[in-house]
Design a protein around this ligand. Structure first.
Ligand code: RNT
Ligand code: ZN
Length: 417
């Protein structure tokens, strides 16, 4: 794409935004500070590298059989680097425990330690990529329907041990990168059918969490993620939203909002201003639910845009961590990374370019028509020219140009797998 064309469009956009009091240069620098935490699990349909790996379980599912998925750590790293080269800005990588560098050794979940992540730490340093982390309670013979809430003490202890070890690993990552590693804790625990021991299960989960979080780990931060239901666990979820919101508020933990985890008409965006009154920070899992928590590739849709708008309007940019969480196996997986990441950035640039101050003043002055009118006009301002300029300045393809690059990578690399 002609650079002069992009620059000219940007200059016009800059002047247009200046007229409503928005400094596009400031927005560009805010966007440079907006780091996504890219989920490693889009590259291989949440398979990971355990030698003893079984089928994906825990009520989640990646559908589709598109050829070329990453089969080992080298392929996964290559795919992620390719994706990163097509996404402007600097981003983090969100690893699950099952993506350790196990080097052909059977390492059970209660035996894992930071040594299996040393090569990731080095990779992160070499590639200017900070790491985040997740404990993994699914796809394991002891996963069943209950892990941290299992009434069987042995199984419960197994997962407590796993999660404690994961916090140690996250802390080691945080120390190595000089920046706290964000560790998400999500467990699938629930019941497929009618059950009566709800109080017991939730009480056990609470006790397990208390034990897990007992030891301070200064270079990592804990976040906890609830959901409505999992596949095969439709009737009851131990870690519901009420459970984790209350736990996070009482224990000063980060709450994870996965945009696929709510009832179809519930607004994840509306949670932001509510829970940030009580919890220190938020972790996002930006996804796209279609009818259920289907983990489709993020797009620039209204729910995602509204979520980022709520964060910007709450002046909470620094209190949010921006993870992605989708796993579509039906399309080119590198293309899925790039499309979803760029969509999230586009939502953020639109949110940052909103003339929020002026709209807020209208609203506080009781000027209802003016509030509505400016919100409507803001939608059609030339935000895309600002995003294109951001791509240009970051030396990544502008607009649809990245499609050809993904196709080339497919021809030369992923199609040969
Ligand atoms: C599952 C949760 C969880 C997972 C990942 C793989 O419903 O969203 O975050 O998607 O940990
Ligand atoms: Zn999630």
């Amino acid at each position: 794409m002609k650079e002069s064309l992009i620059s000219r469009a940007y200059e016009v956009a800059r002047d247009r935004y200046a007229e409503i009091g928005i400094d596009t240069e400031k927005v560009l620098s805010q966007l440079q500070d907006f780091h996504l935490s890219m989920h490693c699990w889009q590259a291989d349909d949440v398979t990971g590298f355990e030698v003893q790996a079984g089928a994906l379980s825990g009520g989640i599912q990646s559908t589709g059989n598109y050829p070329g998925k990453a089969r080992n750590i080298d392929e996964l790293r290559a795919d992620i680097l390719k994706a990163k080269s097509l996404i402007p800005g600097t981003h983090r990588l969100n690893l699950h425990e099952i993506y350790g560098d196990f080097k052909g050794k059977v390492v059970d979940r209660d035996e894992v330690d930071a040594s299996y992540f040393q090569s990731w730490i080095e990779w992160g340093k070499e590639n200017n990529t900070k790491l985040d982390f997740n404990s993994s309670s699914f796809s394991h013979p002891k996963s069943g329907s209950l892990s941290l809430a299992n009434p069987d003490k042995g199984i419960r202890q197994f997962w407590i041990e796993h999660t404690k070890r994961c916090r140690e690993i996250a802390n080691t990552m945080g120390e190595a990168q000089g920046d706290a590693c964000i560790m998400n804790l999500w467990v699938h625990d629930g019941c497929k059918d009618q059950s009566v021991n709800h109080y017991l299960y939730r009480n056990l989960l609470k006790q397990s969490l208390d034990e897990i979080f007992e030891k301070p780990q200064p270079m990592m931060k804990d976040c906890i993620e609830g959901k409505v239901f999992g596949i095969g666990l439709e009737s009851f979820t131990v870690g519901s939203h009420d459970f984790y919101t209350a736990y996070a508020a009482q224990n000063n933990k980060i709450l994870t909002i996965d945009t696929g985890h709510y009832h179809p008409t519930e607004s994840p965006a509306d949670k932001v201003s509510a829970v940030l009154q009580f919890v220190p920070e938020l972790m996002l899992h930006v996804s796209r639910p279609i009818r259920w928590d289907s983990d489709h590739v993020t797009i620039m849709d209204d729910p995602t845009l509204e979520l980022f708008q709520e964060i910007v309007r709450a002046d909470a940019l620094d209190r949010v961590h921006y993870g992605l969480d989708y796993f579509d196996g039906s399309i080119n997986r590198v293309g899925a990374y790039v499309t979803g990441s760029r969509a999230a950035q586009k939502c953020m640039v639109r949110a940052l370019l909103e003339p929020t101050k002026r709209i807020a003043e209208y609203e506080l002055a009781g000027k209802g028509f003016q509030t509505l009118a400016l919100l409507e006009e803001a939608k059609a301002l030339p935000w895309n020219a600002v995003y294109d300029e951001f791509c240009l300045r970051n030396n990544v393809p502008v607009g649809e140009e990245f499609i050809a690059e993904v196709e080339q990578y497919e021809r030369e690399v992923t199609s040969k797998r």
